[in-house]
Structures are given as C-alpha cells and as structure tokens.
Design a binder for this molecule. Structure first.
Ligand code: FAD
Ligand code: NAP
Length: 333
C-alpha cells in the first residue's frame, strides 16, 4: 500500500553531501529522512583509493561511504532505499514521490543528487555499453584480465581509471584530445611512470568496433584532433572518463541552473531560488567537485535548513552559540 511519510527535512542523495547533511540535521534534532537513490554512497563507491579525505591517508571509496552512512544513521537520520521520481517545489510543505510508491512531505528539502558520468553520444558507444564499453573501471575492470584497454579522457577520473586498470590489463592506452592533462600533478606523475600505460595525445574516439554475435569490442577507431587522420588500435575494453554532469533532472525546470546544468545557489550559501530548498555537493559545484567540498556543503545545507525552519516558527533552533551573531556581524560590515 502506498505510504506517506512526513519529515522536517528531506535529504535527496547519499553521497558525501547527503550523509553530512544527515549528520548535521540529526544533531539539530530535525529527524531527517534521507533517500539514497540508485547509487547508495554516490560516486565514491565507483573508485578505489581516496587519498585526499582529511584524516585518512588512504581509504577505499566504498568503505568511506559505508562509514558515512553509519555515521548519519547513528546520529538519527532515517535512511531509505528509494529513488525520488517527482518533486513538487511549488508549495510548502514540499512533496516528493518515490519509485517505491511512497510520498514524502517535507518542510525543507536538501538536494544532494550529485553528478553522473558523461558519455560521448556515439552510436557505437551506446551499442557496446555493458559489452566492452564502460564508465566505471572499479566495476568492470576485472573482466579485462590480460587484455588491451583504452581509456578516453584527460582529467582525474581518466588518469585514475587508467592506473587502476593496469592491475588487470596487458596494456592501457589513454586517449586524450589534447596533449595536456587536467588531472592532478601527483596522478600525472604516476601515469607517466607506469610502463603499462601509453598516452595517445590529440586523439578522439571515432567509433567502437566489435563483433555482433556475441556482442563484444575488438578495436577502437581514433581520429587525430588536428589532422583528422584515422587510426585503429585493438582493444577489448573501452572506458569513457570524460567528466560528469550534474544530476539535475528533478529540478532543472524549476530551479535556476548555469554552467551546463549546475543548480545556482546564493553566494556563500546553499539556498536556492526557492525558500526552504537547499542544494549541496556536485549538483551545484562546477568548480571543485570533491568529496570534502561536497561534505562541507552538506553541512551548510543542514545548518541553513535548520535556521530556515526556526525562522518559520516551526521549531527551535539549536545552532551553536555565536553562529547567528557571527553572521549578523559580517552582514553589518
Ligand atoms: P554523489 O557522490 O554524486 O552522490 C549523489 C547521490 O544522489 C547518489 O547517492 C545518488 O544515488 C543520489 N541520487 C541521484 N538522483 C537521485 C534521486 N532522483 N533520488 C534519490 N537519490 C538520488 N573526490 C575526492 O575528493 N577524492 C577522490 O579521490 C575522488 N575520486 C573520484 C573517483 C571517481 C571515479 C569519481 C567519479 C569521482 C571522484 N571524486 C573524488 C569526486 C567525488 O566522488 C564527488 O565530488 C562526490 O562524490 C560528490 O558528492 P555528492 O554528495 O555531491 O554526490
Ligand atoms: P573533468 O575534470 O571534467 O575532465 C574531463 C576530461 O575529459 C577532460 O580532460 C576533457 O578534456 C575530456 N573530455 C570532455 N569531453 C570530452 C569529449 N567530448 N571528447 C573527448 N574528451 C573529452 O572530469 P573528471 O576527470 O571526471 O573529474 C570530475 C571531478 O571529480 C573533478 O573535479 C575532479 O577533480 C574530481 N575527481 C577527483 C579525484 C581525486 O581527487 N583523486 C578523482 C576523480 C575525480 P579537456 O581537458 O580537453 O577539456
């Protein structure tokens, strides 16, 4: 039977932003409900070593997210395995519909739906998705033991994926459309020192070539970005790592977005154009897109939601002493 759940704060998303919002909203006694979505734990569950989460020199992405979930739960966040399919922000309380049939009614909403892998949009990429073409090395790398693999892209994700795939592959070719990587220096250094990785500069994927029956990848056809010359190299796996786009489907028609769909928030705030609706993490961040910045924004969103609800006269605020005064001071400057 379809259920209706009421909550002061509904958090949509279970990445670092969502779970951190859960920790803070719980400690503010708001009894938040957090809906996890299709990827419980978010993007970090698709990687291995995370080396820039403060306090952990190295931690596995999935382990970190299990810990964050446990932390939010221990503080009092109710965590629900559901996907929000429809969100009505036209009037308060806000209404969200879950794929499970549950309706969520909330006084405030924290959007933390993050980002999803981008695809090139080639027909051959679509055809071989799941049959040799992937966007997740940690999920699918194991299938390519002893094989030749191609990674497309030049950012942190592409370089990390290429490095990770050397655990399985006989050779990894990193195909990038320029001759300069935008990945962090430490990762570039590791890439250049890895004998199994060969960068192919100024090349773009033209076509994935493979067999029909069974469906499988055999080669990639690459186009030189400058000369247009076509080269074909063998590959059993193709990993597309060309960046991520904000998961804005629920709100793109009602909230202002910019820079390719990122939700606009007020400066130094997670407030959106609708009072009571806050956005945190990669959904709103076209610049940093890191776990730690997402977690920071999740904290801000919960504190701002708490203040918003207190101002609406629907609850007592438990913001730390001095928090309001500090804001008043800076506003007066
Ligand atoms: P996400 O982690 O993207 O989580 C979004 C959440 O929203 C998911 O749980 C999803 O299920 C949920 N959701 C989406 N739509 C709905 C819906 N309709 N209903 C309910 N829930 C929904 N950053 C670092 O700092 N260090 C790293 O080493 C690092 N490595 C990375 C490696 C890879 C391969 C990738 C892809 C990213 C990496 N990042 C790293 C970036 C980091 O993962 C992101 O910045 C961070 O996860 C963003 O957190 P978030 O909470 O905004 O969203
Ligand atoms: P990104 O930084 O946006 O890089 C995307 C790469 O793909 C760029 O090199 C880009 O080329 C290339 N590209 C984009 N569209 C393309 C196309 N149509 N054809 C060919 N190449 C294309 O994305 P990302 O690497 O996924 O990283 C996303 C965010 O997550 C970043 O903020 C990153 O720092 C973070 N992240 C962090 C870590 C870490 O801290 N260890 C790990 C992974 C991700 P150009 O360079 O020419 O534009």
């Amino acid at each position: 039977m379809a259920e209706t759940r009421e909550t002061r704060v509904l958090i949509i998303g279970s990445g670092p932003a969502g779970y951190t919002a859960g920790v803070y909203a719980s400690r503010a006694m708001l009894n938040p409900i957090l809906v996890q979505g299709i990827e419980p734990g978010g993007q970090l569950t698709t990687t291995t070593e995370v080396e820039n989460w403060p306090g952990d020199t190295e931690v596995q992405g999935p382990d970190l997210m299990v810990r964050m979930e446990a932390h939010a739960k221990a503080m009092g966040t109710e965590i629900i395995g559901d996907i929000i399919t429809d969100l009505d922000l036209t009037k308060r309380p806000f209404t969200a519909k879950g794929d499970s049939g549950t309706t969520y009614i909330a006084d405030a909403v924290i959007l933390a739906t993050g980002a999803r892998a981008k695809w090139l949009g080639l027909p051959s990429e679509e055809k071989f998705k799941g049959f040799g073409v992937s966007a997740c090395a940690t999920c699918d790398g194991f299938f390519y033991r002893g094989q030749e693999i191609v990674v497309i892209g030049g950012g942190n994700t592409a370089v990390e994926e290429a490095l990770f795939l050397t655990n399985f592959a006989s050779k990894v070719t990193l195909v990038h459309r320029r001759d300069e990587l935008r990945a962090e220096k430490i990762l570039i250094d590791r890439l250049m020192k890895n004998p199994k990785i060969e960068p192919m500069w100024f090349h773009e994927l033209e076509e994935v070539v493979g067999t029909e029956n069974p469906l499988g990848v055999e080669a990639v056809r690459l186009r030189h970005s400058k000369t247009g010359e076509i080269t074909e190299i063998p590959a059993k796996g193709v990993f597309v790592a060309i960046g991520h786009a904000p998961a804005n489907e629920l709100v793109k028609d009602v909230l202002e977005t910019h820079m390719g769909g990122y939700v606009v928030t007020k400066p130094d705030s997670t407030e959106t154009s609708i009072p009571g609706v806050f956005a945190a993490g990669d959904l709103t961040d076209h610049k940093y897109r890191q776990a730690v910045t997402s977690a920071g924004m999740g904290c801000m969103a919960a504190l701002e939601a708490e203040r918003f609800l207190a101002e609406q006269g629907e609850g007592e605020t438990s913001l730390p002493l001095g928090y309001g005064a500090e804001v008043a001071n800076s506003a007066a400057e």
